[in-house]
Design a protein around this ligand. Structure first.
Ligand code: MG
Length: 269
């Protein structure tokens, strides 16, 4: 049996603490291949560890997702305009589904989407990273368990999503959760932080956090009523209107105000 690699000490999960402010965390492999848990400077668009600084898009480094979740809890139809474009009802409580860790991809990665599908779609989302193990959290205390925010693409295979009750083929395939590029502490995002998605430079989605029907504290209270969140777990808060179909060779950019821009390429086999 192969031992699972761990970034943290044995018996603990990797995660960023939930009591920090005024910073951006970054995880990357440096040019020597060492895994670094460093910082990101949005002014210079550089990541750094122990004084060793690199441009975020330096091909000599590999930017990794800024969290190692045991699960990604996704929220469906959390913007009224997206529910309308899907011809779906606005839910009366948060609609929850899961993506597993195999779905993760990082900034600068190319994701290979399932073959032979007509509609693999993008969904720009503001993602929350949890900072500590928690259960039964009141909305009033919920921001205490948040390490920060990042960007996620909730890549969705509509061909199968519409044919299955549990969205495994539809939402959980390898590469279905590009996440990053970095983690911003909660104070770095304004209350109406914008979320925008561009495909090959053309803007397709544009909204902001104030349009979430269920806000982040409400989501954390509802989720932790039912299940334990671990340090590093991710909540992806839903997508606004403007979803559309990905094509081979597309470059997707998702920008969340206060975080940065997650970019990835798409291969359709
Ligand atoms: Mg979504």
């Amino acid at each position: 049996m192969m031992a699972l690699p761990s970034l943290a000490s044995p018996g603990t999960l990797f995660g960023w603490p939930s009591n920090l402010s005024g910073m951006h965390h970054a995880r990357f492999r440096d040019p020597a291949g060492s895994l670094r848990e460093g910082t990101y400077d949005p002014e210079t668009d550089t990541v750094a560890f122990a004084g060793d600084e690199h441009a975020l898009d330096d091909p000599a480094i590999d930017v990794l997702p800024p969290a190692e979740p045991t699960k990604i809890v996704c929220i469906g139809r959390n913007y009224a305009d997206h529910a309308a474009e899907r011809d779906a009802e606005v839910p009366d409580r948060p609609l929850l589904f899961l993506k597993p860790p195999n779905a993760l991809a990082g900034h600068g990665d190319e994701i290979t989407v399932p073959a032979g599908k007509d509609r693999i779609e993008w969904e720009a989302e503001i993602a929350v990273v949890i900072g500590e193990q928690c259960k039964a959290v009141d909305a009033a205390d919920a921001m205490d368990v948040v390490a920060g925010f990042t960007c996620m693409n909730d890549v969705s295979n509509r061909d199968d999503q519409r044919r299955e009750q549990n969205w495994v083929r539809g939402k959980a395939f390898d590469g279905a959760a590009p996440l990053g590029p970095v983690l911003a502490t909660p104070d770095e995002l304004p209350a109406d932080a914008s979320v925008e998605l561009r495909v090959n430079g053309e803007t397709k989605q544009s909204s902001d956090r104030s349009h979430l029907m269920f806000d982040v504290p409400t989501l954390i209270e509802e989720i932790t009523t039912h299940l334990t969140l671990e340090a590093g777990d991710v909540i992806s808060t839903g997508t606004p209107e403007g979803v559309g179909t990905l094509a081979d060779g597309d470059t997707v950019a998702i920008e969340v105000e206060g975080v940065g821009t997650l970019e990835h390429d798409v291969r359709v086999p």
